[in-house]
Design a protein around this ligand. Sequence first.
Ligand code: ADP
Ligand code: UDP
Length: 235
Amino acid sequence: MKKMEQLYEGKAKKVFATDDANLVIVDYKDDATAGDGAKKGTIRGKGVVNNRLSNNLMKMLEEKGVPTHFVEELSDRETLVKKVQIVPLEVIVRNVAAGSFTKRLGVPEGTVLQCPTLEFSYKNDDLHDPLINHYHALALGLATQAEIDQISEYAFKVNSILSEYLLGFNIRLIDFKLEFGRLADGTIVLADEISPDTCRFWDATTGAHLDKDLFRRDLGGEEEAYQEVMARLLG
Ligand code: ADP
Ligand code: UDP
């Protein structure tokens, strides 16, 4: 597989074309941003951790019936994935109140929700990824009803599989963000990444943050926390 021109550089990854029009290579960086891009920095080794963890989790999900974009890990930071047209929604599942949910709804962080919740943000940097409901997504033509139903089903399925899996490593899955994409034939698959950048992981015993909140909130220890999650999951 030949790595060709760079198609896109995002905040955390670069995307490269390959000699196969249906495949792209993602290349994970150590760059970190928070607060809608207001805070910028690096978390040393993050790219390697996120690449390897995301691939591991996607493989596990695929085996349990959630189709993903994952094809092959090429190196510590590079992965071959199926090229998709990203559905411009950030699909967020929550089990425990944290982050923007606590602020918006006045619920203390750590409150266990009576059932898992699902929300959509419109993936649009200029508008700062506003929270929308599924009628908005339909009205704006971001996705069809059938796609929203499929995405919602997959999102809750990922939540139950991942929550149980992580608990086996003494990690509580508080909330997370997923992105989905369309293959050339319109099939919906899980894309982007699943990592401590996009999930809140709390140590199940101590409640310690094992995710990007350490960086977002200037708590420190983010480098070690990312390594800790990788060590627990990948040995
Ligand atoms: P951002 O764009 O938010 O800064 P990243 O730095 O993670 O995010 O950039 C990666 C980009 O690649 C994102 O826009 C993401 O939606 C997109 N992407 C993820 N998986 C795929 C895929 N399989 N095919 C095409 N694009 C993808
Ligand atoms: N999240 C993400 N990218 C975003 C916004 C949120 O990966 O652009 C993840 C975040 O890591 C957390 C979940 O989605 O696991 C819910 O985030 P929240 O809405 O609480 O936003 P935040 O408090 O991070 O601004």
